[in-house]
Write a protein that binds this ligand. Structure first.
Ligand SMILES: Nc1ncnc2c1ncn2[C@@H]1O[C@H](COP(=O)(O)OP(=O)(O)OP(=O)(O)O)[C@@H](O)[C@H]1O
Length: 954
């Protein structure tokens, strides 16, 4: 039986005499959450249950609360008996498991597999048996490569995490060899695979100054080892293998992608050499992790294979030792348990928020390639390190900043891990209700693509929504993302019919959001680069030690809008940074484009970035409008533009095919091709446009700019902003901190954007755009008074006087009198539901019919609701072509008519839109008419909503 629970007090370790001699034991007071065969699969420990109900932080704000509210008992299903959980029970960990007991702290989660019951003075206790595994914090999913690095040296693991993997040839070559390996397993021809894979990496190879031929030759030499090994394999009849299998273990808290699985056993590829008979220990550790993962998925693994591909490139007369590339070893239980103990140490340290010193392991610093880096980082961050310290520590405020953000980012990582745990804790229906899965798909067909990958097609059987978008990685499974047959797949098309590509042909019936740590990894690296590699002057300014400076610019850039003109002057003249505060519809995009044009004309190289692809494309489009004629080549717009002086300006958009809007595709930087051409294309571009997430990629990190212009900056975390700003000498942030804050899972320092912090710190370094080009005057009044000190005004009389009458075929006279005003309030008593309101939904459906009867197109109407559950409820009542969504999805867009459903009845319990900034976004989306639907009594109980009511009813 398995036992799972939360550590409830101090652990006592002692040595006792037994019939086998001296033995160690640790007595752990455990508040039991579950006992039984299914306990390993049960995440509902006492602590989890608590944190689930208070979920629903900003990113999931709306509606997240719904599924979370009833999700707390999601994991205690079949087979697991839930103890009442009040009185701690003693669980005894024997012998080597006492090592894991050393890291336990009260509050940590613990799982003991194959435990035995023990009666002691009338009390039921539990103890480990010879078959037991002890897992500390099983829901902290540790990556296999992290365990491998940890075994090599815990400090090395930490340094890798902090500074990321740089763009260098061994890394790119390693990736190529792995890709070719996968191709060979899927039956692709070797020469074809090498050519195709080298071509795909053209840009990276170009940046490294490599030529395609030389790299192809290098990869070919390594691939010989793979071919040889595969040939051997073919000799046996029952040989079966599969490439790149994604594996997640709910029991051991480990996840990873095995390079290959052959006859059920893991095969790992190493591009280095190994002249010993045995595989390297750290490589065995990696294979052992996969063995654990495979066993959990029903396998019985007794061997592991390491393939050292460099061995096959060595000449026997020059090298001595064992040149065979493939080295097999037998998988003993001792190694598997050792691996779990190492994983426990890592997980416990991460959960406790400690930083490794290097003393945890036995690695020798003098042999380590990273010794210098390790000493510098230790010196500057004033960390204890086995390697020692060099240099002077950062000033106190910077050390404090590091600690604060390190902790915040790691908290964010834990939230990602919680997302993983939900893959098995929640039922399929709960995940679908939570917008995290598309379920009950009908599998249509699988088709093998050139190169051995597969195209999979499935059809939706319901109109349910989810967070899954085209271009996303998802877990595609035949029913369960962890327990079933599951693969990492990419969404190529997402209509009623869904098209995916994957390495293996899964008969897809379900898709789950793939929780990725990529963002957290990049935030950490961006913070590290800012603090440890960044410019001293930048740090002086951002830490308040020096004021930002501006060169005076007299030129007039925009002659019909003073604030915009001032914003461009500040952006152009900023020596450190400038802030452009742009309330809704005030021409942020236009101003950004004008500023970039001015910078380009001054000969500067500019990075154009934003939080979302959509904003990057919008700004790029506005820029292209500004910088002269598009040069037509064979009737196709060429990426080369001309500026006002007729000089060519190369503009490049960096992003994936699915991320970049179709009409910006001609500007997208193709990564594959001749290395020299690819790199020239990027290096020669005077304007490079990419999301801030892409700015943290290996390729973009190699680029340098005079200035970075970042849109949607109020939605970016502070380290997220550094990812773009780090690449440039100076930066301009554009945003509105009165609209949506950064999207983060945990509530901590990441919720305040750098934009907002700097607006507070240096108000004089910014300018607010105060003329809006969107809303009828009456619509704008409330937002202007509540959020912008009454400063926001219509830019032109035409804007102020906008009404529905301006639209073709629409007459306000045909509307009922209460809807003729640009702002109206419809009082609906509501049905008393907490997250849904059927009465409001029905009333909204009537309103849409009324507007249609008055001549409006449905596509001109948008409906905003505070909770996802209410979005679904309204969607049931209204036609498909009316956009119904939460505020988050509406930010940055506008509509002729907006209807807001408040979903509030009686007295207001808790915030409706979580945060008043969300109501600002909702109320500033319409151009010509705004209808508020809600219960006036409930709304009047909150001062802000009360003022809103007075305005709407005036
Ligand atoms: N100075 C200007 N003169 C004339 N038209 C302008 C000016 N500035 C902006 N506009 C127009 O106003 C509209 C809104 O501008 P833009 O799209 O730049 O706003 P935005 O602030 O980016 O909007 P959002 O709040 O949605 O992000 C556009 O049609 C744009 O062409």
């Amino acid at each position: 039986m398995h036992v799972r629970g939360t550590v409830a007090g101090e652990v006592e370790t002692k040595t006792v005499s037994t019939s086998y001699g001296e033995s160690d034991l640790a007595e752990v007071p455990l508040r039991i959450a579950a006992v039984g065969d299914e306990a390993a699969r049960t995440g509902a420990t006492t602590r989890d249950a608590g944190s689930i109900t208070d979920g629903g932080t900003s990113s999931d704000a709306e509606g997240g609360t719904i599924a979370d509210a009833d999700g707390s008992d999601g994991g205690t299903s079949a087979g697991a008996h839930l103890a009442d959980g009040h009185e701690p029970t003693t669980v005894t960990l024997w012998n080597k498991w006492t090592e894991s007991a050393d890291y336990l702290e009260p509050g940590m989660e613990l799982l003991v597999t194959d435990a035995a019951e023990d009666e002691y003075q009338g009390e039921t206790r539990y103890k480990t048996t010879g078959d037991s595994y002890v897992v500390v914090e099983p829901s902290f999913l540790v990556n296999v490569t992290s365990i491998r690095n940890w075994v090599e040296c815990p400090r090395l693991y930490y340094l890798n995490k902090l500074s990321g993997v740089p763009l260098n040839y061994p890394v790119v070559k390693g990736t190529l060899v792995h890709e070719v390996f996968g191709d060979l397993l899927r039956g692709r021809d070797l020469a074809e695979s090498i050519d195709a894979r080298v071509d795909e990496r053209g840009l990276e190879l170009g940046l490294l100054g490599e030529t395609a031929d030389a790299v192809a030759e290098d990869v070919r030499e390594n691939a010989t080892a793979i071919e040889g090994w595969l040939e051997q394999g073919r000799l046996t009849e029952e040989d079966s293998w599969r490439s790149e299998q994604l594996l997640i273990s709910e029991t051991f808290g480990i996840r990873g992608r095995a390079d290959a699985v052959r006859r059920g056993a893991p095969v790992e590829l190493k591009t280095g050499k190994n002249l010993k008979k045995e595989p390297r220990f750290k490589d065995k550790v990696q294979a052992a992790c996969y063995a654990l993962l495979l066993e959990e998925h029903g396998g019985d693994v007794d061997t592991g294979t390491l393939l050292y591909t460099k061995n096959s490139t060595l000449k026997r007369n020059e090298e001595t030792g064992d040149l065979t590339p493939a080295k097999e070893f037998s998988m003993g239980e001792g190694l598997l348990k050792f691996v779990v103990r190492q994983r426990n140490e890592l997980a416990a340290m991460e959960v406790a928020g400690d930083i490794p010193t290097g003393y945890e392991g036995s690695a020798k610093c003098e042999y380590c390639f990273e010794q210098d880096t390790c000493m510098v980082v230790s010196g500057r961050l004033d960390q204890e390190s086995k390697a020692g310290q060099i240099g002077q520590a950062l000033p106190d405020e910077e050390l404090e900043y590091f600690e604060r953000f390190y902790r915040a980012i790691e908290e964010e990582r834990r939230e990602v891990h919680r997302e993983y745990a939900k893959l098995w804790e929640q039922s399929a229906q709960e995940r679908a209700d939570d917008d995290r899965a598309l379920i009950d798909l009908e599998f249509l067909e699988k088709r093998e693509l050139e190169g051995g990958r597969w195209e999979l097609r499935a059809r939706r059987t319901s109109g349910a929504n989810s967070k899954i978008r085209e271009g996303d990685f998802v877990l595609a499974s035949d029913g369960h993302p962890v327990r079933g047959n599951s693969e990492l797949a990419i969404i190529e098309r997402l209509d009623d019919e869904i098209v995916l590509t994957a390495d293996e042909p899964v008969e897809v019936t379900r898709l789950d959001v793939y929780p990725s740590e990529l963002t957290t990894d990049r935030l950490l690296v961006a913070m590290h680069d800012f603090l440890l590699k960044g410019d001293e002057r930048r740090k002086d300014v951002l830490f308040g030690r020096a004021d930002p400076e501006f060169e005076t610019v007299e030129e007039t850039f925009i002659d019909n809008n003073d604030a915009q003109n001032e914003a461009v002057r500040m952006a152009v003249g900023a020596e450190d940074f400038a802030l452009i505060h742009g309330p809704p519809g005030t021409g942020k995009t236009y101003t950004i484009a004008r500023a970039i044009r001015a910078m380009v004309e001054r000969g500067e190289r500019v990075l154009l970035s934003a939080f979302t692809n959509r904003a990057v494309d919008n700004a790029l489009e506005a820029l292209l409008d500004q910088i002269g004629d598009v040069i037509e080549e064979d009737g196709v717009a060429s990426p080369t533009q001309r500026n006002g002086d007729g000089e060519a300006v190369d503009v490049v958009r960096v992003g994936s095919e699915s991320g970049v809007r179709d009409d910006m595709e001609p500007y997208r930087l193709e990564r594959s091709g001749n290395p020299e051409d690819r790199v020239a294309k990027l290096q020669n571009a005077q304007v490079v446009a990419a999301t801030t997430a892409t700015c943290g990629s290996r390729v973009m990190k190699e680029q340098a700019f005079d200035v970075a212009l970042v849109d949607e900056a109020a939605q970016l975390t502070e380290p997220g902003t550094h990812a773009a700003a780090n690449l440039a000498e100076r930066f301009v942030l554009v945003g509105d901190h009165e609209q949506l804050p950064p999207v983060v899972r945990a509530e901590n320092d990441l919720t305040e954007s750098l934009f907002e912090r700097l607006v507070d710190l240096y108000p004089e370094a910014g300018v607010m755009l105060d003329r809006q080009y969107r809303m009828n005057q009456r619509i704008q009044v409330f937002a202007s008074n509540e959020f912008y000190d009454g400063q926001l005004r219509p830019a032109e009389p035409e804007v102020a006087a906008r009404t529905l009458d301006d639209l073709e075929g629409v007459s306000r006279d045909t509307l009922p009198p209460e809807l003729r005003d640009p702002v109206s309030f419809v009082d609906v008593e509501g049905d008393g539901g907490r997250y849904t309101d059927g009465e409001e939904a029905a009333r909204i459906a009537d309103l849409i019919e009324t507007y249609e009867a008055a001549g409006l197109e449905r596509s001109d109407i948008g409906v905003i609701a505070p909770f996802r559950a209410q979005v679904s409820e309204i969607s049931k009542h209204v036609p498909d072509d009316v956009a119904v969504d939460t505020v988050d999805r509406f930010q940055g867009s506008s509509q002729e008519v907006i209807i807001v459903s408040f979903t509030a009845t009686g007295t207001l319990e808790g915030p409706i839109f979580e945060d008043y900034r969300r109501i600002n976004v909702a109320l500033t989306r319409p151009k010509r008419a705004l209808v508020l639907v809600g219960d006036s009594r409930a709304l009047a109980s909150d001062p802000v909503y009360k003022r809103m009511l007075e305005w709407a009813r005036a």
